[in-house]
Design a protein around this ligand. Structure first.
Ligand code: ZN
Length: 166
């Protein structure tokens, strides 16, 4: 099946109507089937065509999953890369940029309770979406597994020599 690149604008709200996230100056673009966006949103966008807009409600099972209490761990404050730690702080749980982000939910003396659940786990997500463009992915995009935006001179910030740095 041909894979498309879909560009869309969105506003993400929770059930209380609070805005959690939105596209601003440019639409979000993703390659179908690449796993770049959550399943429930991709399924709905796949049935829409350019110019369509509407509301998409994504339940946790097709969003960021459910909260998992085993993802909450208590560690010694000395393990954290900061001197001052307070509830609500976020830390990356490891060296590389894809390491999970953990949130401080409790500080008790020298012990810190960390929650590695996704902040949107267990949340019903309400997206107002507008499909801007849908086009077949290029061979290069398919082999890289991600979108190459026009006019950016190479993807992934690797502009040197026009090649893609990934
Ligand atoms: Zn690339």
């Amino acid at each position: 099946m041909a894979q498309n690149v879909i560009e869309f604008n969105y506003t993400l709200k929770n059930k209380a109507g609070e805005i959690l996230d939105r596209t601003s100056d440019r639409p979000m673009a993703f390659l179908e089937g690449s796993g770049a966006i959550i399943e429930g949103l991709e399924e709905s966008l796949a049935t829409m065509t350019a110019g369509d807009s509407g509301e998409v409600i994504v339940r946790p099972e097709k969003g960021y999953g459910f909260r998992d209490e085993s993802q909450i761990n208590t560690v010694s404050k000395s393990l954290l890369p900061a001197d001052e730690v307070k509830v609500g702080d976020f830390f990356q749980a490891g060296g590389d940029q894809h390491a999970p982000v953990v949130k401080v939910i409790e500080v008790d003396g020298d012990e810190v309770k960390l929650d590695a659940n996704h902040p949107l786990a267990g949340v019903d997500l309400i997206f107002d979406v507008e499909v801007v463009q849908k086009r077949p992915a290029t061979e290069e995009e398919l082999s890289h597994g991600h979108v190459h935006q026009a006019g950016e001179g190479g993807c992934c910030g690797g502009g040197g020599g026009g090649g893609c740095g990934c």
